[in-house]
Design a protein around this ligand. Structure first.
Ligand SMILES: Cc1cc2nc3c(=O)[nH]c(=O)nc-3n(C[C@H](O)[C@H](O)[C@H](O)COP(=O)(O)OP(=O)(O)OC[C@H]3O[C@@H](n4cnc5c(N)ncnc54)[C@H](O)[C@@H]3O)c2cc1C
Length: 547
């Protein structure tokens, strides 16, 4: 979807072109860079499509598929990058390493099957493309001598069936977050899966990457909401039974969850949906130290209260998001339910946080009633009123990708990394990662800011998420980030944590994923890839090494 009629998608960066920072906002951001880093930022790069070298397409499409295919240059550029810092920096500087040869938009699963047959016969690589919000090189064309097509699922965008008895819905793989909620809302239902990229990412992309939504406990990953999956593989169709649970061997759905377009194309799935929440309660709790906040999060995660939102921000994140002044760590806490009032749960949660020195001077806020949500208005973490630190944090959370793009235009490195580990190691891991990221970025850039939040909390562990901002100066920002990323990724894997809690493996995390996963499992995965995709046309280089 490049336009919604009134707005145009950015061809080089995040989201809507109209919401990218204007000259005045870039000027303000530049002043902030001078103040915080003591360096003068570069003059803002002007996005210029003419600066991107788009080669002639290297393939001839058969007549039977021609109506589905475009070789338009801008379309090909849009489909040759994801939405990581690297992607934005390379697109802006016209240094995308490769451009796909064509974009294909199938109308149904039969089209997908015909396309995969042709790719196998003609020796063409096929990269499934949902919203293109991958931050791990998942949709970027690989270094492969074969021509490459991007398979964009945007025409498969409907909620085709709703089962109100079982609370499930069949949703097509190319449906974007807002489309899904718009089509479920008249039934009084919600999928309740809201990654930060919700507005521009798809069900198929979430399933293929095991995306994490922004509810902090219980059903954190899309896996937990999946009832059955329909896919097309080069070796045939794949449809699992709709089941609430099953002990019949390894799960077919689990094999496709996180398969990153390498095993099959997800065309639809039956998903567990929920009645829309009516009761909401929220609070913002301040802590004297991040470590004390962590103790409170652990206790909450182990209490059986299961808050919908339980996000701990260090002082820097709290200040940047407007949730607090910057002198305290802040826990953004929220509960929601379609069934029962939440005052007792919130009261108990605040007792637990107080035991760890948490202060909630404004008290909790409770609200009852569904909130009608326009397509443009994200329901992300709509756990309370429009006032207070939590609301400020939510607004910043949604505009952050546009700020990131502005900083990239000024020559800054701005990127995140995330992981998960068990509670016995969380404190130590965060300290190690902060130190490694900060020392490496400061050595390379002269100065750096590293901030930390906890995005998801489990009874046995948590998911830390770190952001690094540094001025690249005269250096290549992408090469600078690559060094920081390699240093922190080494530490993550050495510590026995995961190379990704929800961003997926893609091409960028592959070296560390190979160290993390058991070798026999790697061999079994490679065998599954050979069986399902014998010609190796589907997204080569993700999950399974090509050599
Ligand atoms: C600003 C920002 C915020 C983000 N926030 C979150 C977050 O909160 N939680 C989170 O989990 N991730 C987040 N991400 C990462 C990204 O949004 C997720 O990985 C998302 O699931 C990708 O969905 P997509 O539809 O954009 O897929 P794409 O980026 O198009 O594709 C991702 C991968 O899935 C494959 N794929 C896509 N569709 C299909 C299909 N139908 N069948 C088979 N394979 C397919 C692709 O080949 C590729 O390997 C964020 C990214 C950005 C830029």
């Amino acid at each position: 979807m490049t336009t919604d009629g009134s707005r145009q998608r950015s061809w080089w960066g995040w989201g809507w072109e109209e919401q990218q920072l204007d000259a005045a906002a870039l000027g303000g951001l530049g002043s902030m860079v001078v103040e915080r880093f003591g360096v003068t930022p570069r003059d803002p790069v002007r996005p210029d499509l003419a600066g991107v070298d788009v080669p002639e397409p290297r393939l001839e499409v058969p007549d039977a598929l021609a109506a589905l295919v475009t070789a338009d240059g801008e379309d090909r550029v849009r489909h040759s990058r994801g939405n990581a810092f690297r992607d934005v920096a390379r697109t802006l500087s016209g240094t995308l390493p490769r451009i796909v040869d064509a974009v294909v938009r199938p109308a149904d699963a039969d089209d997908v099957e015909r396309l995969l047959d042709w790719c196998g016969d003609a020796g063409v690589v096929c990269i499934p493309f949902g919203g293109g919000t991958s931050v791990v090189g998942g949709v970027n064309p690989p270094a492969d001598p074969r021509p490459v097509v991007s398979l964009d699922l945007e025409r498969l965008d409907a909620v085709t069936d709703v089962d109100p008895v079982s609370l499930a819905a069949r949703i097509e793989g190319g449906a974007l977050g807002p489309t899904i909620e718009d089509q479920l809302r008249p039934h009084g239902l919600t999928l309740r899966h809201f990654p930060q990229s919700w507005e521009f990412s798809t069900l198929g992309g979430w399933l293929a990457t095991r995306a994490g939504g922004h509810y902090a406990t219980l059903a954190t990953h899309i896996d937990d909401l999946t009832e059955s999956i329909e896919a097309v593989t080069p070796s045939g169709r794949w449809t699992s039974n709709r089941l609430p649970g099953s002990g019949a061997g390894p799960s077919p759905d689990r094999m496709l969850l996180g398969s990153e377009g390498a095993l099959g194309v997800v065309t639809a799935a039956w998903m567990r949906v929920q009645r829309r929440p009516v009761f909401r309660s929220q609070a913002t709790v301040a802590f004297g130290s991040f470590s004390r906040g962590l103790g409170a999060v652990r206790e909450l995660a182990q209490s059986g209260l299961y808050p919908a939102n339980c996000r701990l921000l260090d002082p820097h994140e709290a200040m940047l998001s407007g949730a607090a002044a910057g002198d305290a760590s802040v826990l953004v806490l929220g509960f929601e339910s379609a069934d029962h009032p939440l005052e007792p749960a919130m009261a108990r949660a605040l007792e637990l946080t107080a035991d760890h020195g948490g202060r909630c001077p404004d008290g909790p806020k409770h609200r009852t009633g569904d909130r009608p949500s326009a397509r443009s208005a994200s329901p992300l973490l709509d756990t309370g009123t429009s006032e207070g630190g939590s609301a400020a944090w939510r607004r910043t959370f949604l505009s952050a990708p546009y700020l990131r793009d502005g900083l990239v235009r000024l020559g800054m490195v701005v990127e995140t990394f995330e992981t998960a580990t068990t509670w016995d190691r969380v404190d130590e891991l965060i300290a190690t990662l902060r130190e490694t990221a900060s020392a490496t970025a400061t050595r390379l850039a002269g100065s750096a800011v590293v901030s930390t939040r906890i995005t998801h909390a489990y009874p046995d562990g948590a998911a830390p998420y770190l952001t690094v901002i540094a001025p690249a100066g005269e250096r290549d920002p992408v090469a600078l980030w690559d060094e920081v990323k390699a240093a922190v990724s080494d530490e993550i894997v050495t510590a026995g944590a995961t190379i990704t809690h929800h961003h997926a493996v893609g091409r960028d995390h592959l070296p560390w994923y190979l160290r993390q996963r058991p070798d026999p499992f790697g061999a079994a995965l490679a065998a599954a890839k050979r069986e399902l995709d014998p010609a190796g046309v589907l997204n080569p280089g993700v999950l399974v090494p090509t050599t």
